[in-house]
Design a protein around this ligand. Structure first.
Ligand code: AHG
Ligand code: MN
Ligand code: MN
Ligand code: MN
Length: 335
C-alpha cells in the first residue's frame, strides 16, 4: 500500500511482498542506492563552490572525457554497494569491464548484479543544468557461490528485476520500479529523507513534446526525418513543442509527467546511436513500460534486444505510447 508522504524507507519495507523474488536483499540494495544518491546529491549541489566541475583528465572506454563528478559518482555508488556486501557484480559506464565482488565470507552468496550510469548528462554540470543517475538490477544467471561472468551482465532488459533513476534537479528525486508500477520520491534536503511525492507515475498515452538533438537532423534516417517534419506540421494538436535538455534522465522525467517522445536515433555518423543499451536504454525502457509508455529502437522493443557487449549502443526511442507507435509507422514506411 502506498500513501503520499510515506518515506522511501517505509515504502521499501511495505512493498517488499510485491517483489517477484521475495528477499530482503533487493530491499537492502535499493536502500544503498538511496544512500549513495544522497551523498552524490550533496556533492552535485556544491558544484561551482568547490573544485568539482571540469574534466578529470581521463577518458572512459567509450572515448568520452570523464568529468570530475562522473568519477566521484562512480566511486560513491560502487563503494556503497561493495561496502554493504549486497551485490555480486557491478558494471558501470565509467569502468572498462565489470567488477566481480567477493562477499564477506568469500563465497559469493549475493544474487544481484547492478549496472549503472553514475552521472547522466555530465556535459550539463558546468552550466548548472540537471543531471542524473540511472541504475538497472538483475538476478545473476551463473550459480551462486562462483564468481560472476559476463553472462550475468549480458541479459535482456526483460529480465530486469528493478530499475530507476535519480534526477538532481530543482529538487532531487528518486524514481524506480520493481516491476509493479513506477513511484517517485522527492528528497527533503533539510532532513535528508525521500518522501513519496509521485505515486504510480504514468506517461500520458498521447503527448505534444518531442525531444531530440535536432543539430544532427541531416544525419538521421529518413523515417526519423519524416516524423520530425510531422511533429512540426500544423494540424490538430500539432505543431508539437520541442524540448531537449541533453540529459536523458531529465528529458525522460519531463516527458513522463507531461507526455512526450524522446529520440536518440542512429545517424550516418554513429550507426547505433549514442545511448548505451545496458545502463541507459534498458532501465529507462523498463520504467517506460511500467509507466504505460513504450521504448523501441524504431522497429523492435528495447527490452527484447539480446546484448552482445557491455558498452553496446542502440538507437533509442521512448515515451508516450501513441507517439512512439507513430514514429515506428514512419520508420516502417521507408524501410
Ligand atoms: P552521459 O553523460 O552519461 O555520457 O550520457 C549522455 C547522454 C544522455 O544523457 C543525453 O541524452 C545524450 O547523451 C545527449 O547527447 P547529445 O549531446 O549528443 O545530444
Ligand atoms: Mn559519459
Ligand atoms: Mn548517460
Ligand atoms: Mn554518465
Amino acid at each position: 500500500m502506498s500513501r503520499k508522504n510515506q518515506t522511501l524507507g517505509e515504502f521499501i519495507i511495505e512493498n517488499q511482498a510485491s517483489f517477484k523474488y521475495t528477499s530482503g536483499e533487493l530491499s537492502r540494495l535499493i536502500n544503498s542506492i538511496r544512500l549513495a544518491a544522497k551523498v552524490v546529491n550533496h556533492e552535485v549541489n556544491k558544484a561551482g563552490l568547490v573544485d568539482i566541475i571540469g574534466t578529470a583528465g581521463d577518458t572512459n572506454i567509450q572515448g568520452e572525457d570523464q568529468q570530475k563528478l562522473d568519477v566521484y559518482a562512480n566511486d560513491k555508488f560502487i563503494q556503497t554497494l561493495k561496502n554493504r556486501n549486497i551485490v555480486c557484480g557491478i558494471a558501470s559506464e565509467e569502468e572498462d569491464t565489470f567488477i566481480s565482488i567477493n562477499s564477506r565470507d568469500e563465497n559469493n552468496q549475493n544474487k544481484y548484479i547492478v549496472l549503472i550510469d553514475p552521472l547522466d548528462g555530465s556535459s550539463n554540470i558546468d552550466v548548472n543544468v540537471s543531471v542524473g543517475t540511472i541504475f538497472s538490477v538483475y538476478r545473476r544467471v551463473t550459480p551462486v557461490g562462483t564468481p560472476v561472468t559476463i553472462d550475468d551482465f549480458l541479459q535482456k532488459g526483460s529480465q530486469q528485476v528493478a530499475a530507476g533513476y535519480v534526477v538532481y534537479g530543482t529538487s532531487t528525486m528518486l524514481v524506480y520500479t520493481t516491476g509493479d508500477g513506477v513511484n517517485g520520491f522527492t528528497l527533503n534536503p533539510a532532513i535528508g529523507t525521500f518522501y513519496l511525492s509521485h505515486p504510480r507515475m504514468e506517461f500520458p498515452v498521447d503527448g505534444t513534446i518531442y525531444s531530440v538533438n535536432e543539430g544532427n537532423y541531416i544525419h538521421f534516417p529518413q523515417g526519423v526525418k519524416n516524423y520530425i517534419k510531422y511533429c512540426q506540421m500544423e494540424e490538430g494538436d500539432r505543431p508539437y513543442t520541442s524540448r531537449y535538455i541533453g540529459s536523458l534522465v531529465s528529458d525522460f522525467h519531463r516527458n513522463m509527467i507531461k507526455g512526450g517522445i524522446y529520440m536518440y536515433p542512429k545517424s550516418s555518423k554513429s550507426s547505433n546511436g549514442k545511448l548505451r543499451l545496458l545502463y541507459e536504454c534498458n532501465p529507462m525502457a523498463f520504467l517506460a513500460e511500467q509507466a504505460n509508455g513504450k521504448a523501441s529502437d524504431g522497429f523492435n522493443r528495447i527490452m527484447d534486444i539480446d546484448p552482445t557487449e557491455l558498452h553496446q549502443r542502440v538507437p533509442f526511442i521512448c515515451g508516450s505510447k501513441n507517439m512512439v507507435e507513430k514514429l515506428e509507422e514512419f520508420m516502417r514506411d521507408v524501410k
